[in-house]
Design a protein around this ligand. Structure first.
Ligand code: ADP
Length: 588
């Protein structure tokens, strides 16, 4: 629908009313003025006719030939044309024409009225005079006997000129009035429409969500109430929007801080809501996932099938899904129906939980149990075998019996060493978990010397020399006996995996950020592919060699845990054939 501005509607109405009013007033005034002048002229002409009638009556009665000259004389005197007509309509005399040449005037309306003894008048175009004339006729009576009619005629040209001037002035006045009235009405229209325009702008601001500025209250009562209602509505809307926004923010904060991934989908498989964790778990950019179709964001077929199934089934669902990425992830998925406030099913919500670490820990635990069983079985089987051999008769040979018993003792020592290391590990883990490990400021030099002393016997057996490089002034917050044990494990390995005569370097270094304990050897070295798993329990590069040297496969694992218990970590650099360098990093 075509709409027009209010200002134009008000203005055009005013315009119409004013123009109509001016037209009516001008028309009415002009008509009244014209009627007034006519009446004036008629009255004036009647006086002149009466005066003339008095003078011509006696001449008319006696049918005097002086009538015509008298009329000619009186005409200029009264400044009008005089015509004397007999009751028969025959013209008896005329001040300006020859009466004998004039036609019968009995049919003229003013003459007819006068003959009927009334004052007659008429306005007519005179072909004789060739102009508009006003005629006034009066009866001439001789002792109540109709003797004739005296008619005076007056040209209306002057009156018309005078009226034209009046009309021109009236029209000019009317036009000026219209212009003034239009200016006033334009002002009023503007005054009326301005507050409405301001309210319109205010309402538009509100619609755009800007509630900072209320609408100004106009002076008109109704408009002021309307503006108040608008402001109230805006305040309530602002309030509601704030509530909705804060609820949404809270909801988003809860969702985004969740570790679990949450995806809500509608019946058309479109994402209604999704949190950062879900985007990360399914591997899509968070910003792009909202509003997308399920098929566009989930590539994994098992996960896609699970979500689709959740959309189709009302019952809650649970499943474990493995997702192949850079690393294999195991996701625990829970699917349930999504309902609106009325309880209507509107889609499904799927919660994803990354249980990769849990499953890995379970695997580590299983592997550990299997490894421990395997490690223990070997010496036990050996012991059992030699005991049976002894019982089977080897006991009878003191020499064999002695050799076998020595092997049994060695295997028992091995069992003891494994159990000892396992106990040490679990003790460190337990103390670390419960924060029971006592950390005190102590001399690093003393701890390293203690560790070297533990290993000196074995080193001397292989004709090896252990060099210590450490500033005796270095003091570190540590558990001295654990650090000593860790360093002893590293030196023990360095001695074990180096050829006779080689040197082992033990160094204590302090930097701005940390303290580093370094154990460096020139032994066999470790191939790079073994390095990532080196610190796992029971992990050995060369199982047979390690066992033959009495290794339990737990030494480095103990070192790692001791470093961890100090808030630090352990690193290794190694080159096959050149040697290895283990470093324990302790934070300051
Ligand atoms: P083990 O009791 O067998 O020494 P560790 O946990 O101390 O167990 O060490 C695990 C494995 O790491 C060893 O079996 C060995 O293969 C390798 N290793 C450790 N230290 C060294 C080293 N200094 N030089 C070469 N190999 C080493």
């Amino acid at each position: 629908m075509r709409t027009r501005p209010l200002i134009w509607q008000i203005f055009s109405s005013y315009f119409l009313i004013i123009v109509l009013a001016v037209l009516i007033i001008t028309g009415y005034t002009s008509r009244s003025i014209q009627q007034f002048f006519h009446a004036q002229i008629i009255a004036d002409l009647q006086v002149r006719a009466r005066v003339t009638g008095d003078r011509v009556l006696e001449k008319l009665i006696v049918n005097s030939p002086d009538l015509q000259p008298l009329c000619r004389e009186l005409g200029p005197e009264i400044n009008a044309r005089i015509t004397v007509v007999l009751p028969s309509g025959v013209v008896a005399a005329d001040s300006e024409e020859d009466p004998t040449q004039m036609e019968n005037h009995g049919d003229r309306p003013e003459i007819q009225q006068a003959i009927q003894d009334r004052a007659g008048s008429a306005v007519r175009f005179s072909h004789t005079m060739n102009k508009n004339m006003m005629y006034v006729a009066l009866p001439l009576k001789n002792n109540s006997q109709m003797a004739g009619v005296v008619r005076v005629a007056f040209p209306l040209t002057r009156l018309q000129n005078a009226l034209s001037m009046v009309y021109a002035k009236t029209i000019t006045g009317g036009v000026i009035t219209v212009i003034l009235a239009l200016l006033v009405s334009w002002y009023i229209a503007r005054k009326l429409s301005r507050p409405l325009n301001e309210m319109k702008s205010g309402a538009e601001r509100f619609a755009q969500g800007d509630f900072s500025q209320p609408v100004a209250l106009p002076k008109t009562q109704e408009m002021s109430r309307l503006a108040q209602a608008l402001n109230l509505m805006a305040a309530q809307m602002d309030d509601r929007i704030q509530t909705v926004v804060s609820q949404r923010n809270q909801q988003e904060a809860v969702l985004s801080s969740m570790v679990e991934g949450v995806i809500a989908l509608d019946g058309e498989q479109r994402v209604i809501s999704l949190n950062q964790a879900a985007a990360r778990l399914i591997g899509v950019p968070f910003e792009q996932a909202q509003g997308q179709l399920l098929t566009e964001i989930i590539g994994n077929p098992s996960l896609k099938a699970f979500v689709l199934h959740s959309l189709e089934t009302s019952a809650p669902m649970e499943s474990e899904i493995s997702v192949q990425g850079q690393e294999t992830q195991i996701l625990q998925a829970h699917g349930s129906v999504l309902r609106d406030a009325q309880g209507e099913e509107i889609g499904a919500v799927v919660v994803l939980n990354d249980i990769t670490r849990l499953r890995r820990l379970e695997q580590v635990r299983r592997d550990f149990v299997a490894n421990v069983s395997h490690e223990l079985r070997t010496p036990i089987t050996s012991i059992k075998g030699f005991v049976e051999t002894l019982l089977d008769g080897a006991m009878d040979s003191p020499e064999d019996a002695r050799r076998f018993l020595q092997i049994i003792a060695k295997q028992a020592d091995r069992l003891n060493a494994i159990l000892g290391d396992l106990l040490t590990l679990s003790r460190i883990e337990e103390e670390e978990r419960k924060s029971l490990i006592q950390i005190e400021q102590g001399s690093l030099y003393d701890a390293l010397t203690g560790a070297i002393q533990q290993c000196e016997g074995k080193a001397e057996e292989k004709n090896m020399h252990i060099v210590l490089e450490c500033d005796p002034a270095i003091a570190v917050p540590m558990n001295a006996s654990l650090i000593e044990q860790a360093v002893a494990n590293l030196i023990d390995n360095a001695v074990k995996f180096s050829d006779s005569g080689k040197e082992v370097l033990v160094a204590g270094i302090q930097t701005n950020e940390e303290t580093i304990i370094r154990v460096e050897d020139h032994g066999c070295g470790i191939p790079a592919e073994y390095l990532p798993r080196l610190f796992e329990r029971f992990y050995r590069v060369d199982k047979a060699r390690s066992r033959s040297m009495g290794g339990t496969g737990l030494g480095l694992s103990i070192v790692k845990h001791i470093a961890k218990a100090h808030g630090g970590h352990v690193t290794v650099e190694s080159t096959v054939g050149h040697g290895s360098m283990f470093s324990i990093h302790l934070p300051k």
